[in-house]
Design a protein around this ligand. Structure first.
Ligand code: DHB
Ligand code: FE
Length: 285
């Protein structure tokens, strides 16, 4: 049987991808940020998963106002890095896992979550930047990746509670897959940032760090946070954090309060472009 052994949470700022691709990671502005991921890259090598289920959002790359799926699962055999205006990032193509993805789609839809099935999709910084942060610059990504896109760009966006519940359904789906696979689930995006309007540039360290505390110890409280709190406290793009709740909902302590998770790594850094970068690694112990 497949099982989820760990979850990873990280911001996805596009400028981080540019810093890697242009060889700027050791510049004074970027060095402290990348230092925070040194542990993570070693952890990925020491704990290599068979599959990553990567919850991310599309930024009007694969989807547009023509079509806005709330939850979309990538079932393709491969996903090509998109051209977001400066040419595609020079990173490996993403190899999918069509069989597990189809199984999860089947199971989760039967558990009453309506997913959009995506058989062809290009992936943007929402997916490739987290992979770069966690895996460095390999010739190929370490394992197959199932992209799971959440609409956090155009309202109405799903509630944190729905995302948390969906994570629980994804855990059940993974655990009902026959093959013995070690699966990691990643929640990406956030933390506080606002890219437009009068409050552009907003960062809220206090709120972000309280959120990290709660994500570890009381994720149900994070799930109960209404959208207006994200927007007020973490800026309009801070609502990307609902994606972290899908990964958190898939951890074992949520299903069974007698079980626990352990924190392997925690990191927070401001600034990276207009965004506060937050990062956690949690393991099912
Ligand atoms: C930035 C952050 C994002 O999450 C994003 O999607 C685009 C830009 C930024 O801080 O520049
Ligand atoms: Fe974003």
């Amino acid at each position: 049987m497949a099982r989820i052994t760990a979850s990873v949470y990280t911001s996805h700022v596009p400028a981080i991808g540019a810093a890697i691709d242009l060889g700027k990671t050791q510049e004074p502005y970027w060095q402290p940020l990348f230092k925070g991921y040194e542990f993570s890259k070693q952890w990925m090598k020491d704990n290599k998963p068979d599959v990553i289920f990567l919850v991310c959002n599309d930024h009007a790359t694969a989807f547009s106002l023509d079509m806005i799926p709330t939850f979309a699962i990538g079932t393709a055999a491969e996903f090509i890095p998109a051209d977001e205006g400066f040419g595609p990032r020079p990173v490996p193509k993403v190899i999918g896992h069509p069989d597990l993805a189809s199984h999860i789609a089947h199971s989760v839809i039967q558990q009453d979550f309506d997913l959009t099935i995506v058989n062809k999709m290009e992936v943007d910084h929402g997916l490739t930047v987290p992979l770069s942060l966690m895996c460095g610059e390999p010739d190929a990504w370490p394992c197959p990746v199932i992209p799971f896109a959440v609409n956090v760009v155009q309202y109405p966006v799903p509630s944190g509670q729905r995302c948390f519940n969906l994570g629980q359904a994804i855990r059940k789906a993974v655990e009902s897959y026959d093959e013995d696979l070690n699966v990691h689930i990643w929640g990406t995006g956030g933390m506080s940032h606002q890219l437009q309007g009068a409050r552009a540039g907003l960062i809220n360290r206090e709120w972000d760090n309280a959120w990290l505390d709660k994500m570890i110890a009381d994720p149900a409280a994070c799930a109960a946070t209404p959208h207006i709190d994200y927007v007020r406290e973490a800026g309009s793009e801070g609502v990307e954090l609902v994606m972290w709740l899908i990964a958190r909902g898939a951890m074992q302590d949520v299903a069974d309060s007698a079980r626990s998770v352990s924190v392997r790594h925690r990191f927070y850094h401001v600034p990276a472009s207009n965004t506060a970068v937050g990062h956690l690694i949690l393991e099912n112990s």
